[in-house]
Design a protein around this ligand. Structure first.
Ligand SMILES: *Cc1c(COP(=O)(O)O)cnc(C)c1O
Length: 360
């Protein structure tokens, strides 16, 4: 830290992204990226002359992409905000709507807390229930910014749209932000509710179900007035927040919707198979509607399993928070990757058994 950093940021604890190690080729199941490439039509979507056009700024209104998304999701372009990854929508939303404070679960996406700290918003973290579910009643009538990931991360568990509606209905004076980063893997979207409630903000990302994490593209749905607020913040910070190439990739992605539907269905199938196998190995697996599983085994410490897998070239995500430190979050990869994971886990558990019987 230099001596120039503003005092208000000196104790800020930045978000820790999942590791992206370069020391060897890992089976990467730690940051919920897609194991599949973008659709072939997306891979070839950026013509050479678009690269030449990089000398010009990108369209700050992202008109073409907004219109495509509006068509796909049956909303108006005025209901859509586009961002450099959905982390940027979250950033802007905390900045714009966090004035009365914020509330979110104690176990959820780690960035919410960072944005709360960054903007000196007073926030409350509400504990998940014993079974790791969100009790929607905790979020009714809060009258501060409510932020919920649905499905939640890292648990993968979701709550029904009827409960989301209760939360939105009972907080009419503040924004309710529903982060639908994982909704395409079997969750239930609350998107239609934006027509009925002017305080609902739904965020989405291209990073997971659209195989485009490195492209940095996110978006949000809401009433035109809420979208205008976000645009105001964007035009006050970085009007050209999405580069030309990514805009083209985003448009081609909308056109390739059937490809992504198919990949999401494959991931759900692989998820069900992996959950079954882990359960057979003695793991407790939370009911996930996302592209990852959150699982713990009574036979091995969560941190140890993470380490042993890493030594075998498989990366999963481990959190040190005491409530969840026995778990690992495992991104759903290809069927082959999941077989390799299960073979490694089987081997690790066998070695533990052998060591135990040797001691006796
Ligand atoms: C991955 C993730 C995001 C961020 O996505 P980007 O679009 O890559 O910034 C937001 N919310 C949740 C819950 C996520 O898991």
């Amino acid at each position: 830290m230099s001596r120039f950093l503003g005092e208000q940021y000196q104790s800020l604890e930045a978000y820790t992204p999942g590791e992206q190690p370069r020391d060897m080729q890992y089976i990467k199941l730690n940051t919920n990226e897609s194991p599949y490439p973008p659709a072939p039509s997306v891979v070839s979507a950026v013509p050479e002359d678009e690269v030449g056009l990089l000398r010009l700024y990108s369209d700050p209104t992202a008109k073409a992409l907004k219109e495509k998304l509006a068509g796909l999701y049956s909303v108006g372009p005025e209901n859509i905000f586009l961002s450099n990854g959905s982390d940027e929508v979250l950033n802007f939303a905390f900045l714009a709507f966090g004035g009365k404070g914020a509330v979110f679960p104690n176990i959820t996406y780690g960035f919410y807390e960072v944005f709360g700290d960054l903007y000196h918003i007073s926030y409350e973290k509400i504990p998940l229930k014993e079974d790791f579910s969100v009790d929607y009643r905790d979020y009714c009538g809060q009258n501060r910014l409510v932020v919920l990931a649905n499905p939640n991360a890292p648990t993968g568990m979701s709550i029904p749209v009827s409960q989301i509606e209760e939360i939105v209905r009972t907080n009419p004076e503040t924004v309710v932000l529903i982060d639908e980063a994982y909704v395409d893997f079997g969750g239930e979207t609350c998107l239609p509710l934006i027509q009925k409630y002017d305080n609902l903000l739904v965020t989405r990302t291209y990073s997971k179900s659209r195989c485009l994490a490195g492209g940095r593209l996110g978006y949000a749905f809401a009433s035109p007035a809420l979208i205008a607020d976000l645009e105001k913040i964007k035009f006050s910070t970085n009007p050209y927040n999405i580069n030309r190439l990514t805009l083209r990739l985003g448009e081609a992605t909308v056109d390739a919707e059937p490809y992504y539907q198919e990949k999401c269905a494959e991931i759900q199938k692989t998820r069900a198979w992996t959950a079954e196998q882990l359960t057979a190995l003695g793991f407790e697996v939370l009911p996930s509607r996302a592209n990852f599983l959150f699982a713990r085994s009574p036979k091995i410490d969560g941190g140890q399993l993470y380490q042993e897998l890493k030594q075998r070239g498989i990366l999963v995500r481990h959190f040190t928070n005491p409530r969840i430190c026995q778990f690992n979050r495992i991104t759903i990869g290809t069927p082959d990757q999941m077989e390799a994971l299960l073979a490694a886990i089987t081997q690790i558990l066998n070695e533990i058994n052998e060591r135990r019987s040797f001691c006796i």
